[in-house]
Design a protein. Structure first.
Ligand code: DGT
Ligand code: CA
Ligand code: CA
Ligand code: ZN
Length: 585
């Protein structure tokens, strides 16, 4: 599916280049939407093109379809090449610098000869930027700081890091006097795998006190803005945080607006318009045709206090934040999404026997302390040499040790398992007679993660169809922001998994989140079972569960399709049935 990604990057670039050149905003946003659609698509765009169905996709018109087809045939898009030729190459990298909107980028390019980050730095240092009209010292200092920051924090923040930071901020700021509500919104509330910035929405009796407490924090590296009801800071941890303070009466409208996504907001605004109403961050108002924003004219909103009120007034089902992305239809009733409290087991965790840090009993205690009822001990297999994988003899000893532990912890279901390496050719690392002695088998790819898509599909299909395998662990092996991992045909994998009763894992480690949200959506639609496991190596890793649950919810998973929600009896019969079914294959 790498073609989807490279095409998405092309459309993203078309949008940026048009913006720099100052072209029509509607056309810019149409191209950006195409890029998102391609990113999230769960099928290969070339298959859709081959079937002549490109224009069936929402947001793809004839012109866009032509560009896609040209890219698929020639590997380039003429329009994009022409735009690129008109602009210096490094210009787009300036857009990632806060304070450098496309207009400014266009301007410093034309008026000061800035063509990339290096020449921007030069123009700042030489005073060339200061010599431009309407370019104050403060603006330039801001750009200089942002440039510095951008170089340090080139990437978006992983969900796991942003969530921990946001929790700390909410905890500490909630203690300020007068604070009645404090929530995070934005991509973090939607559970996206990476976060651009953290958005906080507060209701307080003392706005001034809260802004002060927020901007005076020790970990604030720079205050970007501080007003009466909003402030933005950059934390030393490399993340920007926006805080907005609102009246309790409009809390729902503001929370909803800043939760986004932008695309979801646009759909809701259109819905409001079709019902002769107007929706903004202050509420849902009757549309009286007056151009001045209704909240400034004292117009009473139809709904504003809670998100539920606004959805109801729009005659829409309440949408959970994780289903507010561009692919989600706000008019559809959301499924009863899985919650953390539905999860009863963790079926992939490591001990000191391989590369974990816990003894078997410590791992069981840590799982119990987190409310789990079952835990599978799944250390690495023989060929994972760096991870101290178990030889067959050591594995047999480990099975014995786990079964002894099981007898010491009668309240918990303790399963003797293994995380068996799926070798490059799809075969497993232990012989079948050894695998058959395990209560549970998680099979995962660890090496050859740059394998081509066809080989990757065959490799994973072989593991899925293996009668002794229960779960495919981190199926693609990707690491967010570090390596893309395998790019198998997910539709084929999920169909095979559904047919054989094999579960595909959402590895909840926030550096992995593998399956990713779009893959989960494919898997849920195919009807295959999903596991949400933490792959814990220390006790705290068991808390990664929530990131897996957010990803699952973004993929529309309900508890009925998740093996971790089975009680002891149901889990044991799935483990046994899976094998007896497989034998007859
Ligand atoms: P991020 O921070 O890049 O991970 O993604 P978000 O979704 O948190 O985006 P952010 O922080 O720029 O803005 C928060 C939300 O505010 C966003 O999801 C939707 C809303 N929003 C911001 N700008 C616009 C806009 O221009 N139009 C609309 N309709 N909504 C916007
Ligand atoms: Ca944000
Ligand atoms: Ca923001
Ligand atoms: Zn593992």
């Amino acid at each position: 599916m790498s073609v989807n990604r490279s095409l998405a990057a092309c459309f993203e670039q078309i949008a940026s280049l048009m913006e720099i050149k100052g072209e029509n905003a509607f056309k810019v946003s149409a191209n950006r939407k195409v890029a998102r659609l391609l990113e999230d698509l769960d099928r290969d765009i070339s298959d859709i093109a081959a079937a002549g169905k490109l224009t069936d996709l929402d947001g793809i018109g004839k012109g866009t379809a032509k560009r896609i087809e040209q890219y698929l045939q020639q590997g380039t898009i003429d329009d994009l090449e022409a735009m690129r030729a008109e602009l210096p190459q490094g210009l787009t990298s300036l857009l990632d610098i806060s304070g450098m909107g496309p207009k400014t980028v266009g301007r410093v390019w034309r008026e000061a000869g800035v063509i990339d980050r290096a020449t921007l730095k030069e123009a700042i240092d030489s005073g060339a930027l200061a010599a431009l009209p309407r370019m104050g010292a403060k603006t330039i200092q801001n750009i200089a700081d942002s440039l510095d920051f951008a170089q340090r924090a080139a990437d978006r923040t992983p969900l796991g890091k942003a969530m921990v930071l946001a929790e700390m901020l909410v905890d500490q700021l909630s203690a300020c006097s007068g604070v009645r509500k404090l929530d995070w919104a934005g991509s973090l509330r939607r559970g996206c795998e990476t976060i651009g910035d953290i958005d906080l929405i507060a209701v307080t009796d003392d706005p001034k006190g809260l802004v002060e407490a927020f901007t005076n924090r020790e970990d604030v590296e720079k205050v970007l803005a501080a007003g009466e009801t909003k402030a933005s800071v950059r934390l030393a941890q490399g993340v920007q945080v926006d805080l907005r303070i609102v009246d309790a009466a409009v809390h729902g409208a503001t929370l909803m607006y800043f939760t986004g996504s932008k695309e979801h907001n646009v759909k809701l605004r259109e819905r409001a318009r079709s019902m002769q109403m107007r929706l903004n961050e202050y509420g849902l108002f009757p549309d009286d045709g007056d151009e001045t924003p209704p909240q400034q004219r004292g117009v009473e909103p139809v709904a504003a206090a809670t998100e539920a009120d606004i959805y109801a007034a729009l005659d829409l089902p309440m949408q959970p934040p994780q289903l507010r992305e561009s692919l989600d239809d706000p008019t559809c009733d959301p499924p009863d999404l899985i919650e953390s409290s539905d999860i009863l087991s963790d079926l992939h965790a490591h001990t000191v026997a391989s590369d974990g840090h816990l003894q078997i009993d410590e791992l069981i205690d840590a799982a119990r302390a987190r409310g789990l009822k079952a835990i599978a001990i799944t250390d690495h297999s023989v060929s994972s040499v760096q991870a101290n994988g178990l030889s067959i003899d050591r594995l047999l000893d480990q099975i014995k040790a786990v079964h002894e532990a099981r007898d010491r912890h009668e309240d918990m279901l303790v399963l003797a398992g293994s995380e068996v390496d799926i070798r490059t050719d799809g075969t497993l690392d232990y012989p079948d007679d050894v695998l058959a002695q395990l209560d549970i088998v998680v099979a995962s790819p660890h090496v050859a993660l740059k394998q081509d898509a066809t080989a990757a599909t065959e490799r994973l299909l072989a593991a899925i169809e293996h009668p002794l395998v229960h779960i495919i662990g981190h199926p693609t092996g990707r690491m967010i922001g570090r390596r893309p991992g395998l790019e198998p045909d997910m539709l084929a994998l999920t169909k095979a998994a559904a047919a054989t009763g094999t579960a595909l894992e959402i590895n909840a480690n926030p550096r992995r989140l593998d399956l990713r949200d779009a893959h989960v959506r494919t898997a849920v639609a195919a009807g295959c079972l999903i596991a949400i496991n933490t792959d814990a190596h220390v006790a705290e890793h068991l808390d990664f569960r929530r990131y897996g649950v957010l990803t699952a919810r973004r993929g529309r998973l309900t508890s009925s399709q998740c093996v971790n929600c089975l009680d002891h009896a149901a889990l044991q019969s799935w483990l046994a049935d899976k094998r007896s079914l497989g034998q007859g294959h």
